[in-house]
Design a protein around this ligand. Structure first.
Ligand code: NG6
Ligand code: CA
Length: 508
């Protein structure tokens, strides 16, 4: 009886705490390829991340925070649309000339916050395509972020290893000169075009697989391009550019509630941090890029403080997929790893549906509103749409944000608040899947990893069973397949997985 009364009280408290709409500034900071074990506050010893650790100390650090996929494009698609990426074909890693994947008219995190009165911007990596049917690099680059709810963007169009290495400022390539047009393609523009194969000996960072087409800044890339010389960036300057743009934008919009999606390219390959960070860790450029990311976060927090916005600003830290060591370049990430464990206690990493692929750092910071601590609730980047809609008092149409759960009370750390009761994790295309329900994890393996990427130095036998079952708290590394011992649980979880795949929506 006592317990029931207490529970009723909690429910009442949870509801009443969430009743009135609140419109704090919202800054979502997404790192690229950052693993669960890569930050000090998640156990890293060989790399120091004081700014992120401070956010974790003052905020809520999740031990079961996820992104929805183990590559970039599908995770970002789900973050913005609140819908599992497997529901829309063609949402795997986007190529240099890929079209806008989120169609104008789609409800997004940005568009729903705009309805709540927010000014919105995205700064950093986009990788969700531009234009329709393809980007017009020398003309207007639309549709893009500005057609789905963002008021402003300064973008790296795809990835730093994909051509072209230019900034997109709202609808145009920044600093492009009309007499030197940008031509982007997937074939060499001429037989004598220098590539990472023909001019390999001139490269300042060698490739291990792929990344041997057009050379820019002494580094081979994916795809070919010519022209746009005055528009091209130096890899070393990316973090400074994003950070300066973000802090300035925050200052300019300090009076309105704002939503900033800060999408760092760190720590994606080619890892080429600014000279002042090079050599700052014993881990090589992979570690140095983590330090650079931490610096960016610190600068953003400082801008929030300087504008006196700390108690009015919710900052969320996450990653777009798990870690990878060798993702195509020779940068000593493997050789200098030492005891560092990029995926923490988990197996797998980028490209994988084992926990290392999607369980990533996840920190929520909002001084005065969030009780500092550690939460074991299951939350995912896909949930930001429904959660922030609930916080800001926006209602979502039925056909929008199909898989986003409102976990706002859990994100705020309200005592007794629950996260997700289930979560589907996907690889790049949704071929391999993971389903977490409580402490149980079902893995559906249709395809063995074909990628040459090295995600981990920990040995784990490749299991071949189509369906595997693991108990996460007893076996976080997913080593002991219990599927043969628990056929009924496996059946039930397969049925749940199929229902998620087939029913079209899982938003409660
Ligand atoms: C892969 C690239 C890898 C990385 C990845 C996308 C090769 C051999 N590998 O195809 O280097 O760019 O795509 O990464 O080209 S993500 O983080 O944006 O998803
Ligand atoms: Ca990534």
């Amino acid at each position: 009886m006592m317990i029931r009364v207490a529970l009723l009280g909690l429910t009442f408290l949870t509801c009443s705490l969430l009743k009135a709409a609140e419109t704090p500034n919202i800054i979502v900071i997404m790192a690229d390829d950052l693993g669960y074990g890569d930050l000090g506050c998640y156990g890293a010893k060989t790399v120091k991340t004081p700014h992120l650790d401070q956010l974790a100390r003052e905020g809520l650090r999740f031990t079961s925070g996820y992104c929805s996929a183990s590559t970039c494009t599908p995770t970002r698609f789900s973050l913005l649309t609140g819908t599992y990426a497997f529901r829309q074909k063609g949402t795997g890693v986007a190529p240099p000339n890929g079209p806008a994947l989120i169609k104008p008219g789609t409800e997004t995190l940005a568009s729903l916050l705009k309805r709540a009165g927010y000014t919105t911007a995205v700064v950093g990596k986009w990788h969700l395509g531009l234009g329709d049917p393809k980007p017009d690099w020398n003309g207007e680059l639309k549709p893009g972020p500005l057609e789905i709810g963002f008021d402003h963007c300064l973008l790296l169009p795809t990835t730093n290893d994909r051509v072209p290495q230019v900034y997109v400022d709202d609808h145009h390539v920044r600093n492009l000169e009309a007499d030197d047009p940008l031509r982007v393609g997937d074939k060499a523009p001429s037989p004598d075009h220098p590539t990472g194969i023909t001019h390999r000996s001139t490269l300042r960072m060698n490739w291990t697989h792929g990344h041997n087409q057009t050379i820019h800044n002494g580094i081979g890339r994916i795809g070919f391009y010519t022209g746009g010389q005055s528009a091209r960036f130096r890899d070393e300057d990316l973090a400074d550019t994003w950070t300066q743009e973000a802090t300035q934008w925050i200052t300019t919009h300090r009076k309105q509630p704002f939503f900033l999606f800060f999408a760092s390219h760190d720590i994606h390959v080619p890892r080429m941090p600014h000279e002042r960070f090079q050599g700052s860790t014993a881990l090589g450029f992979r570690g140095d890029a983590i330090v650079e990311f931490d610096w960016s976060v610190g600068a953003i927090v400082k801008a929030v403080k300087q504008n006196d916005l700390q108690s009015k600003t919710l900052i969320l830290i996450c990653s777009d997929n798990g870690p990878v060591l060798d993702d195509g370049y020779v940068d000593d990430a493997v050789e200098k790893l030492g005891n560092h464990q990029p995926a923490g206690p988990f197996s797998g990493g980028k490209y994988s549906v084992l926990e290392g692929g999607t369980r990533t750092p996840f920190i929520v910071h909002w001084p005065g509103r969030i009780q500092p601590g550690v939460s074991n609730e299951v939350v995912c980047t896909i949930d930001l749409a429904a959660s922030l809609a609930s916080l800001t008092g926006v209602s979502l149409p039925k056909e929008a944000c199909l898989d986003s759960h409102n976990v706002m009370p859990a994100l705020l750390g309200i005592p007794g608040a629950k996260g997700r009761d289930h979560l589907l994790q996907q690889d790049n295309n949704g071929t391999n899947l993971g389903l977490r329900m409580g402490e149980w994890k079902l893995v559906r393996l249709k395809q063995k990893g074909a990628s040459k990427a090295v995600v981990s130095m920990q040995k784990r036998d490749e299991k071949s069973g189509a369906y595997q079952l693991y108990h996460l708290s007893e076996d976080p590394a997913e080593q002991k397949d219990l599927s043969a011992e628990q056929p009924e649980r496996v059946e039930a979880m397969i049925a749940k997985m199929n229902a998620i795949l087939n029913q079209g929506s899982t938003r409660p």
